[in-house]
Design a protein around this ligand. Sequence first.
Ligand code: AMP
Length: 176
Amino acid sequence: MASFNLDDYIRKVPDFPKKGILFYDITSVLASPEAFKFCIDKMVEIYEGKQIDAVAAIEARGFLFAAPYAAIMRIPLIPIRKKGKLPGVTLSKKYDLEYAQAEIEVHSADVPRGKRVLLTDDLIATGGTLNAARSLLLEGGAVVPEIFGIVGLPFLNYRQILDPTPVTTLITYDSE
Ligand code: AMP
């Protein structure tokens, strides 16, 4: 386990979805039961002993890692989705992308007031999406003590925007 190299299982796809972007693809992690289990085991290990009452994840790749974690830890999973996908009463938040705006939503009834929610995604780039997701959870009255991603791209300065919430990733890369 100690010698496991997660980097071997992350496919790097140049110029996807557009020229100049190096896309870090985690479908190759999912295709390897060892690599997938390594990630989930690490999540369990990292937050063991910290009080985590629920886990929130961002559509769609964030769900893939948060869902098994929630089932193992026997805690609720809070899906954060793109606008228009959730049928119930929602809280919503608009945020800026490089050239456009996006909007994410959460069922307000799913946000546990006063509870500690671990916020997760597959990859953290600028941190813009997680920042908006954190605002939603805080607006709903939850506490967000920690943020987790499988992959981090710290050169895009996500720590700055996500400050003061501690951010943990299993692997980081220094270029895109
Ligand atoms: P951001 O809001 O900039 O942190 O990025 C939001 C989402 O875009 C994350 O959920 C990632 O899944 C995806 N993403 C951004 N950059 C990359 C990349 N270089 N490779 C793979 N996914 C990316």
